[in-house]
Write a protein that binds this ligand. Sequence first.
Ligand SMILES: [Zn+2]
Length: 297
Amino acid sequence: MTHLPFARPPDFEQLVRCEAPGEGLWFVFRGDQLLVEMGPLERPSDDARVRMRPAWARIPLQKNHNWLGSGTLRCLYLGVLGRQQCWAAELPKDAAAPAGMSWEGLRALFSVLDDRHFALAGRALQLLDWDRTHQFCGRCGTRTEPHAEERVRICPACKLSAYPRVAPAVMALIKRESQLLLARGPHFPPGMFSALAGFVEPGESLEQCIEREVLEEVGVRISNSRYFASQSWPFPHSLMIAFVCDWASGDIKPQAGEIEEANWFEVLQLPKLPSKISIARKLIDAVVEEMKSTNDV
Ligand SMILES: [Zn+2]
């Protein structure tokens, strides 16, 4: 099985209710920034969105559950990692970091934090976002209540259930002889290109979604889609499902507003690629390796 960042750690058990709160790992966010103990920002980054990474970082371990003070906006029990309880909490946007700690974005902490802690930080970020945005019933407007045994908020008036939301999105890496089709969106860091991606619409399969997205974004028709792998992507709550496919017909016509530039790149002359934090990079690296090993390039 392909291991990707944000995958559930094998020794993690999700739980909703804590029988006896004890010492635990605290995943505390202020917006999308995580509270960590960390060293100086001096480690080089493979992510064009991150200038430098800290030399080291760790999640605070706390015995006293009141250490956050009265300003906590929400607090969720995540479950048990190995033998450690794990908690998620959100503080106000202007909350100061306690002495010896800092606020840092997850991208800067990738490959610095323990992988299992990094994955749970992604989970915590998504669950906090869900909790924040489902305080009121979407059908009747009544304040919702958490369920004691399950990760769901329920409307006491009309019984509507709001489970944590996951939005499926497909990613397509298109091959043509010794070339790959890579594109860049208007918000990408300068010079960076990646595989195409788009959200699944109601009423379509993953395969249909890929064909539609590719045709819309670059005007190309594809065939022979093969599943590669999937990745939980907590910005804010996606599941990326990656495929490799073959070019079938058509010339590149970038979609205005969505695609700033798209090109066929020789596998041996690829542009700047996304960080290893994302499945996009894993997908591109794997296909390049396969094409090199089969002498397609
Ligand atoms: Zn309701």
